[in-house]
Write a new protein. Structure first.
Length: 128
């Protein structure tokens, strides 16, 4: 396993542990008797969860929060990449337009340089 994958795994485990601690603290402190989920007409109260149901709900909450954080991070990275590409295209267009404006002047300057440059005289030597 390379170092990037190992570092990513460590970061994800640390984030999951941090989120698990936060969710456990909220679960212990917040009043759960008034919190309920309604799915297809059935109402599920968080206070009624016991045993494996509570563990599964807790793990599902941790997984969903970590997935949401990863998706948000990917969205930020994608937005920054698109912004960087846009800036690069803008700079390329600016350089190209400046080059189009400067090209005729550079060409005339090169022609004048060739015209005014002194060439060494070549002596013609007659053969014997």
């Amino acid at each position: 396993m390379n170092s990037w994958a190992r570092a990513l795994m460590i970061v994800l485990v640390v984030v999951a542990a941090f989120v698990a601690v936060l969710i456990a603290g909220a679960w212990a402190v917040l009043p759960l008797d008034r919190v309920a989920l309604a799915i297809d007409g059935a109402t599920y109260s968080l206070a009624d969860l016991h045993g494996w149901d509570a563990i599964l709900a807790f793990l599902a909450a941790v997984v969903l929060v970590v997935v949401a954080l990863v998706v948000a991070l990917c969205a930020v990275v994608l937005a920054m990449a698109v912004g960087a590409i846009g800036i690069a295209i803008g700079l390329l267009a600016t350089v190209a337009s400046v080059a189009v404006v400067i090209a005729p002047f550079a060409f005339v300057g090169w022609l004048l340089l060739r015209l005014l440059r002194q060439r060494p005289h070549r002596d013609v030597v007659a053969g014997p």
